[in-house]
Design a protein around this ligand. Structure first.
Ligand SMILES: Cc1cc2nc3c(=O)[nH]c(=O)nc-3n(C[C@H](O)[C@H](O)[C@H](O)COP(=O)(O)OP(=O)(O)OC[C@H]3O[C@@H](n4cnc5c(N)ncnc54)[C@H](O)[C@@H]3O)c2cc1C
Length: 402
């Protein structure tokens, strides 16, 4: 039996490990990859650590988190995949872990799920056509180029126009592959205007808005795609690579196996402001609960949940009643999805459409209990309201843009 088992050694899991181990608990992190660090490990561009006012590339950021966790006393096992998770009577869970040395079952008084999220692959996006090789997600592309030193092809179509899509263009260029078009069904890209300007000036590709890929062609390898505009016009683009970017989905298979309550809006585990799931002793953090936020947001989750884990290990009771947090359109979801009145904490939200200078209102029983404004919000870029938004709440709340 260990005190705390953390499943997933990305920014959320590693920062949780450092914060919990620093309080003296025995912490074990398991990650299925060859090394810990999560997505930043194979994301070589700068842009990590902005909140620490120290901009790093992904691998440097990942190394720093690993070093901090180890220095705090956490044990990190890599090439160790958790294949099953079963809640224990009285709290905590036991996990089946498969590693090169064999299979073991580990019991833990507290478990932190930090398995991240993934991009929906082509199969889940229901794109018609043949099934040639050369169809990737950004995650696969970055692993291919940066971890396996592989080659993606020579002409790529990138599907999606969010931050990660531009990251894909950079990785393709580093591997000698030209982006011939970026395709999005939206009216505009949803990344920073500066990213779009710089990337298009440097790599010279068009962003085809209100356009989708309707067919992928090719035998062994992709030879081209059919694109279709919202007005029905169609065209053909020759390419040997298609990269599906964004459209995130939480890596929640273990939560499903363990029958942990999930939030139907995010499909990740339903958590409260202290990262507690509905299963005593099981916490969840990072992009598993708010796909897909920045690495710093996930790192902050990990740090924040250490208090809750410590008080659970000290014998505090697990709540058995929560008040819901509902959101009103264009808001899509909130993480946390519910809370214990009196336990305020920041709330991450996702919007379906861009809004400039939105004024948020938190309502309880139809009465406004908090107002706040942000400069802007954009789809695919989760944002946070401060803990004060929930501070006065004593029951179920609804968040709307007034
Ligand atoms: C291409 C790309 C570019 C990005 N660029 C930036 C950027 O510039 N700046 C920024 O702030 N953010 C960026 N991000 C986002 C950032 O990488 C994520 O926010 C962050 O990595 C999420 O952290 P996490 O710990 O929640 O999950 P992850 O980093 O995804 O880590 C999850 C870990 O869990 C492990 N795991 C999953 N299932 C199991 C299992 N069953 N058993 C054992 N281990 C398991 C995985 O191996 C993985 O290591 C980028 C993301 C991508 C994809």
């Amino acid at each position: 039996m260990t005190d705390v088992l953390i499943i997933g050694g990305g920014p959320a899991g590693l920062s949780a490990a450092a914060a919990i181990a620093a309080r003296g608990a025995r912490v074990r992190v398991v990650d299925r990859d060859e090394a810990a660090g999560g997505v930043p490990r194979h994301s070589h561009h700068p842009g990590y650590g902005l909140r620490e006012a120290r901009v790093l590339d992904g691998p440097a950021y990942a190394r720093r988190l690993v070093e901090r966790a180890i220095r705090a006393g956490a044990r990190i096992d890599v090439r160790a995949t958790v294949t099953d998770l079963r809640p224990l009577v009285g709290g905590g869970a036991e996990a089946d872990i498969t590693a090169p040395g064999g299979r073991e079952t580990v019991s833990a008084r507290a478990v932190v799920l930090a398995t991240g999220c993934r991009e929906r692959p082509r199969s889940a996006r229901l794109v018609a056509g043949s099934r040639p090789s050369g169809v990737l997600t950004t995650g696969w592309l970055q692993r291919l180029v940066h971890l396996d030193q592989g080659s993606p092809g020579t002409r790529a179509v990138v599907v999606g126009a969010e931050h990660v899509s531009y990251s894909a263009v950079v990785t393709l260029a580093e591997a000698g592959c030209r982006t011939v078009a970026m395709v999005t069904q939206d009216d505009n890209h949803v990344s920073f205007a500066a990213f779009d300007l710089v990337a298009r000036a440097r790599f010279r590709f068009p962003v085809l808005t209100r356009t989708r890929i309707s067919d992928i062609h090719g035998g062994d390898r992709v030879t081209g795609v059919t694109i279709e505009r919202s007005d029905g016009r169609r065209g053909h683009v020759e390419c040997d690579t298609v990269v599906f970017t964004g459209d995130w989905y939480p890596e929640s298979d273990l939560a499903v196996r363990a029958r942990i309550d999930r939030d139907p809006r995010t499909h990740g585990p339903l958590v409260d402001t202290r990262a507690r799931t509905g299963t005593p002793g099981v916490f969840a953090a990072g992009n598993l609960i708010h796909p897909a936020s920045t690495a710093d947001a996930c790192r902050q989750d990990g740090k924040r949940l250490a208090d809750g884990v410590a008080s659970w290990l000290d014998g505090s009771a697990w709540p058995d009643a929560w008040a819901s947090i509902d959101v009103h359109s264009p808001l899509l979801w909130s993480a946390p999805g519910h809370f214990v009145p009196g336990e305020a904490g920041p709330i991450r939200l996702q919007t379906a459409r861009p809004v400039n200078s939105p004024r948020f209102q938190v309502e309880q029983d139809g009465r406004a209990i908090w107002h706040g404004r942000l400069p802007y919000i954009r789809p695919t870029r989760p944002f946070a309201l401060p803990a004060a938004a929930l501070a006065g709440a004593r029951g179920p709340v609804r968040i709307r843009i007034a």
